[in-house]
Design a binder for this molecule. Structure first.
Ligand code: HDD
Length: 682
């Protein structure tokens, strides 16, 4: 392995290589390496007799199997991960001494695990929830973990409330329902009685909580951290990941249908994209506030329920992470990876955010039961790429064979080694913030404004996004059984927006809000997804064809491909289709195996020579996609069908006879993601 990370190769990959095993083509053995001669029949006393205790092969196989499962994560149990690399655009020497943020010629290996929060390990992926976005940087100075979410704020201000939040959010304990959903009484009871949650609840009810793809979501470190440079000067910092493809979401009806049609929707999307070489990319952004400016804001920068509006504190883009390798084994890597916000490197430090402070305890602690003891740092995925030495010894499943007589500090027998490193030698020295105070269990006055930024978020939404929020609140509270809880939530959110609270109060038949609403007028355009990057790249188009396909459709498919758009053919039967120009296409899906909700857009080519059932199925696809505001394209017979169904002349519905022009217009419609100004009226 190279001594340091550099632009060539990936040291983590090289390290993992030592642990990879290729079983194909080998003889079957026991764990002791003994070749076995038979693996289908247990050892019996006679062909029809009882199994013998002596059958060590059976016992070993069964014992291992009986213990294959480990406890799932307390939260974020459902997740999927990939390997990547981080490269820096410009040196951050002025702000931090972190080695991996100095040199633009260096590539730092990373491992990212995306997750939902509430659901169990086998739950559906497109549920309404925050998404975890946890990144491990394997730096030359040790592992640095940025354990964030796709939402920049959190429900609570103090970690001591985390168990309460999670108990309220998870399925209710008496009947273990509902799975992976916040739409139930205990969650909303928690919200109404812990009003610091208002801001994050707005995000959780917004489109952010139903991302189109892990590749199309932002990531946030959430807390205020500190960057410290080699002169000891500190800046407060918030970390951002900005997806190069922009931030895009599903619509709620679609998300719920995907939960049934493909509960693995997000992992499949990530896996397939990496597999095809469409590597997801995220730019790293920093918001920086000089220490002396700590009190210049109308919120407390230590409060994790507050964001720093990008218009006030610009996001400085400093580097890019590319996810370019799928895991070899989900259990060994994705399941056994252990993140911890306290895994830092020199130059990155904490703030006194009370949520962060509590997290610093919880993460190592939770691994002790989940990964079975204190040696989880030795698991291949968790090992740093730099050496590690200390006097910690033994424990369950210890891998390292520490040599020598001495396992204590200080000592003379080993010349007092391993020895602490000075700051110059790379030793981590905590930022010497002056701290003074009485021991109190209380919260600063500056943490008590729970609504201004919730309103800021509301004010920043476009009309369709506001409508989605009203619908989401109406859905969630419509599922709440307790009338008092429903009313408490209406009464709480009138402090955020009268319009919002009135809308869902009406939908759930609660007493309308009577208050004055909020007087916050500020907005932050960066918060609206309508202002995000729009690109056609990697969008997936379902192309509906019959048995006979006009050769001109090939022109369209080729042009879309040139734009980076993926096309997949759908018909009533699988098989090859030869177009009239002699090109061959493979039908990948049937109306039974696919669904419009699994595509970004539908292109209806159709065929004159089809049954009425075919036409009905095809139009069902198209109409459903239409109702989800997706781009629809129609040429040939498809155009006629769109006309008959009265879908033409709608925003985002593209048709035409000139194939080049059609492909161009359709690409534009696909880039727009969704066409909200469509009057859905089917
Ligand atoms: Fe946490 C997992 C993110 C607050 C305690 N958390 C976990 C994961 C992510 C986050 C992404 C999954 C990591 C992975 O993929 O393995 N958590 C957050 C964010 C928070 C937050 C962004 C607020 C800003 N978490 C938080 C608090 C506590 C925890 C306040 C407790 C004091 N989180 C945990 C945990 C988990 C966890 C119970 C479960 C599995 C694990 O740690 O490794 O310890």
């Amino acid at each position: 392995m190279a001594e340091k990370n550099n632009a060539d190769g990936n040291r983590k990959d090289e390290q993992l290589e030592q642990f990879r095993a290729e079983d194909a083509g080998k003889k079957l053995t026991t764990n002791q390496g003994l070749k076995v001669s038979e693996d289908e029949f247990s050892l019996k006393a006679g062909e029809r007799g009882p199994t013998l205790m002596e059958d060590f092969h059976f016992r070993e196989k069964m014992t291992h199997f009986d213990h294959e499962r480990i406890p799932e994560r307390i939260v974020h149990a459902r997740g999927f991960a990939a390997h990547g690399e981080f490269e820096l655009y410009e040196s951050l020497k002025d702000f931090t001494k972190a080695d991996f943020l100095q040199d633009t010629s260096k590539k730092t290996p990373t491992f990212v695990r995306f997750s939902t929060v509430a659901g169990s390990r086998g739950s559906a992926e497109t549920v309404r929830d925050a998404r975890g976005f946890a990144t491990k940087f394997y730096t030359d100075e040790g592992n640095y973990d940025l354990v964030g979410n796709n939402i920049p704020v959190f429900f609570i201000q103090d970690a001591i409330k985390f168990p309460d939040l999670v108990h309220a959010l998870k399925p209710e304990p008496h009947n273990e329902m509902p799975q992976a959903a916040s739409a139930h009484d205990t969650f909303w009871d928690f919200v109404a009685n812990n009003q610091e949650s208002a801001h994050m609840v707005m995000w959780a009810m917004s489109d952010r909580a139903i991302p189109r793809s892990f590749r199309m979501m932002e990531g946030f470190g959430v807390h205020t951290f500190r960057l410290v440079n080699d002169e000891g000067k500190a800046h407060f910092v918030k970390f951002h990941w900005k997806p190069v493809l922009g931030t895009h979401s599903l619509v709620w009806d679609e998300a719920q249908k995907i939960s049934g049609k493909d509960p693995d929707f997000h992992r499949r999307d990530l896996w397939e994209s990496i597999d095809k070489g469409d590597y997801p990319e995220y730019e790293l952004g920093l918001q920086l506030i000089a220490e002396e400016d700590e009190f210049k804001f109308d919120f407390d920068i230590l409060d994790p329920t507050k964001l720093w509006p990008e218009e006030d504190v610009p996001v400085k883009i400093v580097g890019k992470m590319t996810l370019n390798r799928n895991v070899d084994n989900v259990f060994a890597e994705t399941e056994q990876v252990a993140f911890h916000p306290g895994h830092v490197v020199p130059g990155i430090d904490f703030s006194n955010d009370p949520l962060l402070q509590g997290r610093l305890f919880s993460y190592t602690d939770t691994q002790l039961s989940r990964l079975g003891g204190p040696n989880f740092h030795e698991l291949p995925i968790n090992r740093p790429v730099c050496p590690f030495h200390n006097n910690q010894r033994d424990g369950i499943s210890r891998q390292t064979i520490n040599k020598g007589q001495v396992s204590y500090h200080k000592n003379s027998l080993a010349a007092n080694t391993p020895a602490p490193a000075s700051e110059e030698e790379g030793g981590y020295v905590h930022y010497q913030e002056k701290v003074e105070g009485r021991k109190v269990r209380s919260r600063s006055e500056s943490f008590k404004d729970h609504f201004s930024q919730a309103t800021l978020f509301w004010n920043s939404m476009s009309e369709p996004e506001k409508q989605h929020l009203k619908d989401a609140f109406s859905f969630e509270l419509g599922k709440v059984k307790n009338k008092s809880v429903q009313q408490q939530v209406v009464d709480m959110f009138e402090n955020v927006s009268l319009e919002l609270a009135a809308a869902f109060a009406e939908a759930i038949d609660a007493t309308p809000p009577k208050g004055l609403g909020s007087n916050v007028e500020k907005s932050s355009p960066a918060l609206s997804q309508l202002n995000t990057v729009k690109k056609p790249n990697t969008r997936k188009v379902g192309v509906i064809v019959g048995q006979n396909v006009d050769g001109e459709a090939t022109v369209v498919l080729n042009t879309l491909k040139e734009e980076g758009i993926k096309t997949e053919l759908i018909s009533d039967k699988l098989g090859k289709r030869e177009t009239s120009d002699g090109t061959e296409h493979e039908v990948m899906h049937t109306f039974l195996t696919a669904s419009s909700v699994l595509f970004d857009a539908i292109y209806l080519v159709g065929d004159r020579d089809v049954s009425s059932k075919f036409k009905q199925d095809a139009l069902y696809f198209v109409k459903e996609a239409f109702s989800h505001y997706k781009p629809i394209g129609g040429t040939h017979e498809g155009l006629t069908w769109l006309k008959e169904a009265e879908l033409l002349d709608n925003p985002g519905v593209v048709s035409g006879d000139n194939m080049k022009q059609f492909a161009k217009d359709f690409t534009e419609a696909i880039s727009a993601h969704r066409h909200w100004d469509r009057q859905v009226n089917l």
